[in-house]
Write a protein that binds this ligand. Structure first.
Ligand SMILES: NC(=O)c1ccc[n+]([C@@H]2O[C@H](COP(=O)([O-])OP(=O)(O)OC[C@H]3O[C@@H](n4cnc5c(N)ncnc54)[C@H](OP(=O)(O)O)[C@@H]3O)[C@@H](O)[C@H]2O)c1
Length: 275
């Protein structure tokens, strides 16, 4: 990492819990490789303090942006001055740009990262069936992204059923022709199975879905980054499923996050890599 001075621009990630985050490591690598005089630091913020923290961050003059993750993404849109159309549709924000005047612009990049990660692995999405366990910020983003990418059938399951119902209704109004269903803990009969809950962050967590019902032909995708091998992925491997780790989804959006916060221009990075 470069030396931190009085000129260094600050970026943060806000979460509860915070121990699992790997965004600072990846983001600081991006800053270092791109010569950005910036640093990303982890902020552990409880939900009851979140609003006052956001108010305070507006006035932090050397803060240019921050990442928002579990469990704050769905409250963040209401705390922004402006959100992108995509984030508004999804109902969650994971990247925030702070202007010099202290205005906050929110965006949502989880879905893009998720889709790029599957494409990079050569996993076909169009025409297939997908099951998403989780209807929080990541679950909503992933579900909208799968619909956008052309799945033939999309099933949403969630502990709090009202949130699954509400997400299905929002997707249905945007994609009226898509076959949508509310699921249970049973993922059988689906091509792509996604865990977008926070179950698996702690060793004592129960499994997010019924792993006995996994089938060898399925692709099981994890959103959790740390631990890399969650009990769900371990069980899926035993059953012969192809698995995708949560890190891929994060890696595929890290430059987009840096770009959204105004730290780098990812288009020029792509151009310079390609040219
Ligand atoms: N790889 C990546 O790039 C990436 C990106 C974003 C997020 N993530 C990971 O995805 C996970 C979810 O993040 P998020 O931002 O969507 O969080 P969130 O908005 O707080 O949503 C949490 C989800 O987990 C469910 N959940 C929590 N505790 C549960 C329990 N005890 N039993 C059953 N379900 C439970 C919630 O269900 P209820 O609605 O019933 O509460 C909700 O669906 C986190 O682990 C996060 O680290 C990874």
């Amino acid at each position: 990492m470069q030396e931190i001075t009085g000129r260094t621009r600050i970026f943060a990630i806000l979460a509860d819990p915070i121990h699992h985050v790997t965004t600072p490591q990846l983001m600081n690598q991006v800053f270092s490789s791109r010569g950005v005089d910036g640093v990303m630091v982890p902020f552990h913020v409880f939900p009851r303090h979140f609003k006052q923290m956001i108010r305070a961050l507006r006035d932090l003059q050397n803060l240019d942006g921050f990442i928002v993750t579990v469990p704050h993404k769905t409250i963040m849109p209401a705390l922004c001055d402006e959100v992108t159309p995509g984030a508004e549709q999804i109902g969650a924000v994971n990247a925030v740009r702070r202007t010099p005047e202290g205005r906050l612009l929110g965006g949502m990049l989880d879905g893009v990262g998720f889709i790029i990660a599957l494409h990079r692995e050569g996993i076909q999405i169009r025409g297939r069936s997908a099951y998403v366990m989780g209807a929080g910020g990541a679950g909503s983003a992933v579900a909208f992204a799968l619909a956008e990418a052309g799945v033939a059938r999309l099933t949403i399951a969630n502990r709090t059923s009202e949130k699954a119902n509400e997400l299905v209704d929002r997707i249905a109004s945007r994609f009226p022709k898509l076959a949508l269903a509310i699921g249970t803990r049973d993922p059988s009969g689906q091509d792509i199975v996604v865990n977008a809950t926070s179950l698996g962050l702690y060793a004592a967590d129960p499994l997010p879905l019924d792993v006995e019902r996994l089938e060898p032909a399925q692709i099981v995708v994890e959103a959790i980054v740390q631990p890399a091998e969650t009990p769900l992925l371990a069980a899926a491997k035993i059953r012969g499923c192809r698995v995708q780790y949560g890190l891929a989804m994060l890696v595929c959006q890290i430059e987009l996050m840096a770009d959204f916060m105004g730290a780098v221009d990812s288009r020029s990075a792509t151009e310079s890599r390609n040219g």
